[in-house]
Design a protein around this ligand. Structure first.
Ligand SMILES: [Zn+2]
Length: 300
């Protein structure tokens, strides 16, 4: 389908098709689902050097062009929404970064693997999402981070098809409630911290239409940036087709963040530091057109 003359009709059809696939538990292949590449943007190589990204909290963000954005989804995977969101992303031929939690990865390991197989970046967001890691003891806070990583990597390791894929050295604090000491610890493990540039309010109890409105309003006001969604909400799954279709009409592009190919992050995966694992980056997705590679850091 390459004609988008009736955007609303298309979006409705897309939602219905997506829910049908989710209900049936059948994963559409990326190639079959990819209908229009006009929203597809650059692959952003995030340097191995540890940084804090996202102007909502930090001085710098990934280096994006005007009207270019990065899609991120937190808190999943979720058995009601994640597969539908993956289908929508496939339909628009774009890749996102998923900040999964370890507890949900334990529960839905097949969805972690599905996101990875479809070429998305797999990042982490603690084990059980305590809303403020600062309020935990140091050991418990670090354990939340390391157990999150190990469970999500465990989901990838649980199948031959995804065993070669490694969790990205990207961490997002639950509730965006960071602390300087914990960011320092993450840096010692070669893990970069990701906040965001653009909120969508999809965590609030609002309608999917309100998510569409607020997401577009906030993206337009910044003309792009790292956008934060949550794949644990059906309102987000329902809103995403309309958000992406409107962004396509307005000439936006969706970039895909991947760790620098040469990155090797040594990450302690236990409280006592006796166990370490080598976390290697995912390679950029090979499907789609030849993409411009550029460094992620923006110092302006
Ligand atoms: Zn979260």
């Amino acid at each position: 389908m390459k004609v988008f003359g009736k955007a609303a009709l298309f979006a409705t059809t897309l939602v219905l098709a997506g829910w049908a696939l989710a209900t049936a538990g059948v994963a559409a292949t990326t190639e079959a689902a990819c209908a229009d590449r006009s929203l597809q943007g650059n692959t952003i190589i995030v340097p191995a050097e540890v940084r804090n990204y996202g102007t909502m909290q930090y001085a710098q963000t990934v280096d994006l062009e005007d009207k270019e954005l990065v899609l991120t989804f937190d808190d999943g995977p979720d058995d009601k929404s994640t597969l539908n969101i993956l289908d929508t992303l496939d339909r628009y031929c774009v890749k996102a970064t998923f900040f999964f939690t370890g507890a949900r990865a334990e529960r839905y390991p097949h969805l972690v693997r599905e996101a990875a197989l479809r070429g998305h970046t797999i990042a982490t967001h603690s084990y059980s999402h305590p809303n403020n890691l600062r309020r935990l003891s140091w050991n418990r806070a670090v354990r939340q981070i390391t157990r999150g990583i190990s469970e999500i990597q465990g989901a990838l390791d649980g199948d031959e098809a995804t065993r070669h894929i490694k969790v990205a050295p990207f961490f997002r604090f639950p509730g965006l409630n960071h602390s300087s000491p914990l960011r320092g610890w993450l840096a010692s493990q070669n893990i970069s911290t990701f906040s965001c540039d653009v909120g969508t309010d999809d965590w609030r109890r609002i309608s999917s239409g309100a998510v569409v409105y607020r997401a577009l309003r906030n993206i337009r006001s910044k003309r792009g940036g790292i956008v934060i969604f949550h794949d644990t909400h059906t309102r987000t799954a329902r809103a995403l087709p309309d958000v992406l279709e409107q962004l396509r009409v307005e000439g936006y592009r969706v970039a895909h963040m991947v760790p620098e190919a040469a990155t090797t992050a040594q990450m302690a995966l236990s409280d006592n530091g006796l166990t370490t694992a080598t976390i290697q980056p995912q390679l950029p997705s090979s499907d789609g057109p030849t993409l411009e590679l550029k460094p992620a850091l923006s110092l302006h």
